[in-house]
Ligand binder design. Structure first.
Ligand SMILES: Nc1ncnc2c1ncn2[C@@H]1O[C@H](COP(=O)(O)OP(=O)(O)O)[C@@H](O)[C@H]1O
Ligand SMILES: [Mg+2]
Length: 414
């Protein structure tokens, strides 16, 4: 009964009572504070301790958080993108923002991305306490929305080229964006393993702030939140991790780095699509071993098919990826190829999973505009082909939004 004197208003009284019901069920909510200011952290920690029933978790925890309190600093654009990412990835149940700045743009943007509260600085202790109590009531009611540990087990799809220029990046980019257009697919990530020569930003018309380097540099603090803050969210809905455009020896991607990264990524995404280019080093081997599917992209030409055969033999020698997980994708398919499908399949002793038509004009036009094929203004056979491919691979149908097709949806957005 004594605790009721904390809050004097009748409305507050009711909240205190509700809070008591909650303590009976002993659900402790996890809170993460993201700020560079020690003073602000300390103030928030004290307020959280005062309200009770919440535990402050830090980065070493790989799971998600029930509540995220983010201090929006000087680079508010970047901070707000980070908040948007963690909310849409389901890493945070709710987000509260705080900032010394209170200009209307920040407030509007904060609301738009779905922040529940905004506290101007210096903090008003009563206001924060009240918001924390309300948060606990909401979180307790919404038991289905337990964030604790995201339990996804997404699929890793490794796209490997049998030769340079066969369309590995084209396949990776367009498969990823098409997968994002499938019904029930919530999150897709696209990673570029072509060190130094990664083309994904070009294909998607983006200028990402972070790349692989950022992840390897901070591998010791790699967790869901940190990862989501480094990925670039493309408007097709996919999250992109580009490759560094310069090489630095001290931040090499090691097999250990890629292993921890992929382990984390498949808990966060339904699909992780990797553009592996033609690389076949220790890092690529880890990717192959961990992938659910390795898609080998080839043309129906002798030099490419010979390489596919070499890859098949290498896989058998290594003992992975398992033959059942390897699929051959024929790109730039046309009827008059020098080697026929039947001949090629016979020689490789494997049925091809998919063929993508030859359409240089459309693929080039997409690259020149920096757009995935499904976002082009004119629907082409090759864009439809990629949606069908994504559908066949995922076993899902194309999503419809508000009665419109995914095509239109993306076109409107781009
Ligand atoms: N299905 C296709 N039909 C015609 N041209 C294609 C097709 N797929 C890719 N290309 C073209 O091939 C070139 C190389 O593609 P890219 O995806 O960058 O290959 P890689 O990543 O294997 O080097 C690009 O100019 C692209 O437009
Ligand atoms: Mg490429």
């Amino acid at each position: 009964m004594k605790s009721e004197k904390i809050i004097k208003t009748p409305a507050g009284q009711q909240k205190v009572n509700e809070e008591k019901d909650m303590t009976m069920s002993e659900r402790i909510f996890s809170v993460r504070i993201e700020t560079r200011s020690q003073k602000l952290r300390k103030d928030l920690e004290e307020l959280i301790a005062f309200v009770g029933g919440m535990q402050i978790k830090d980065m070493s925890d790989p799971g998600g958080y029930d509540l995220f309190i983010v201090d929006i600093g000087e680079e508010h654009g970047k901070d707000l993108q980070f908040v948007g990412n963690i909310l849409s990835a389901g890493v945070a149940g709710e987000v509260f923002l705080t900032s010394p700045k209170t200009n209307p743009e920040i407030l509007i943007e904060a609301l738009r991305i779905g922040a529940k509260e905004f506290f101007p600085q210096p903090l008003n202790g009563e206001e924060v306490k009240d918001a924390l109590i309300k948060f606990k009531v909401r979180a307790q009611k919404d038991r289905t929305k337990v964030i604790a540990v995201p339990a996804k087990r997404g699929k890793i799809i490794d796209v490997l080229g049998s030769k340079g220029g066969v369309g590995t990046t084209t396949v990776a980019v367009n498969l990823a964006t098409s997968l994002a257009g499938m019904e029930g697919v919530q999150s897709v990530a696209l990673m570029d393993m072509n060190l130094l020569f990664g083309d994904i930003p070009l294909f998607l018309g983006i200028e990402p702030v972070f790349d692989w380097m950022e992840v390897t540099r901070n591998i010791s603090r790699l967790d869901a939140t940190y990862l989501m803050s480094t990925l670039y969210k493309h408007h097709s809905g996919i999250y992109v991790l580009p490759s560094p455009s310069k090489l630095m020896d001290e931040y090499k991607i090691t097999p250990q780095v890629i292993e921890s990264l992929l382990k984390l990524m498949h808990t966060l995404f339904d699909y992780v699509v990797i553009d592996s280019g033609q690389s076949f080093d220790d890092v690529s081997k880890v990717i192959m071993r961990m992938s659910d599917k390795v898609l080998v992209v080839t043309l129906l030409s002798l030099p490419c098919l010979i390489n596919v055969k070499r890859l098949q033999n290498t896989f058998r020698g290594l003992g992975y990826p398992n033959d059942a997980n390897v699929e051959i994708i024929v790109n730039r398919f046309h009827k008059n190829s020098t080697v026929s499908m039947a001949e090629a399949e016979k020689n490789l002793d494997k049925k091809f999973l998919w063929t993508i038509p030859n359409d240089y004009q459309t693929t080039m036009s997409a690259i020149n505009q920096g757009k995935p094929l499904i976002a082009l203004k004119t629907e082409s056979q090759i864009s439809k082909n990629f949606l069908d491919f994504a559908s066949a691979l995922s076993g899902k149908t194309q999503a419809k939004r508000n009665g419109f097709s995914w095509f239109k949806y993306l076109k409107d957005k781009s």
